[in-house]
Design a protein around this ligand. Sequence first.
Ligand SMILES: [Fe+2]
Length: 273
Amino acid sequence: MIEIIQISDLHYGSEFREDLIENIISYIKKIHPDLVICTGDIVHKGRVIQFKNVVQYINRIKELSNFIAVPGNHDAKNSGIIFFEKLIGPRRSRLVLEDKDSIIVGICSARDDMAEGMIGDEQLDWMGRQFDRNLEDRVIALHHHLIPIPMSGQKFTTVRDAGEILEFTNLFEIDLVLMGHRHVPHAYTISWRNSSSTTFLYCGTSTSNKVRADDSPSFNHIFLNGGNLEVYIVNSANLKKSLLLERKEQHTEFIRPRKTRIEHLLASKVWDE
Ligand SMILES: [Fe+2]
């Protein structure tokens, strides 16, 4: 079994909240996950000063856990990808955890000053070569969406070549795809004809006030074990956990991301005013 914390869209430099990143670091310290993955937009404008300031938090997480980050469109603004690679990590990477029977691959969907994303043939080819090991749990992380999600606005949010990557997840029997981008927690599971399943999991903004409607900043706590998957959304402010998805042996028995979110929004004090 592999235990993962997914954080996303930290947006250092705009509406970033230090109290939330401190909460997340203390949560990571407490549970000792096998891996922390950040699915992009670590900084808001790709500025070198933003990367220099946020790296203190990233380094503290790296001291506590394995760590992978992929760049988001905001990291890539103003040629910021250079500083991302210098201070945070490579734009694409692979982590093999032999003892956990797991392989995790992070890919770069961000392009300089472009809001939409793309993977490209060369990277797709590279991605294929990373899954050369027959390990049980297979995870891909990227910033942009592969499938649009509800209540995330009407902008174009998917990578241009989403079809190629979706087919890849089927062919390579990927268990889990992690994404960020629109600050909306959500999940889909596709059961393929070859009887494998892939869950597409989206993370909210973990450390900023850039939420949609009256949502809370949040991160995902994930347990993946040979096709079985359990995901909790954790509120970054009070660390309250709610079950988002439970998938058992290629079959999703319980999934209610939209219901959870709508209930949360309807419970908002906004309606009393
Ligand atoms: Fe973002």
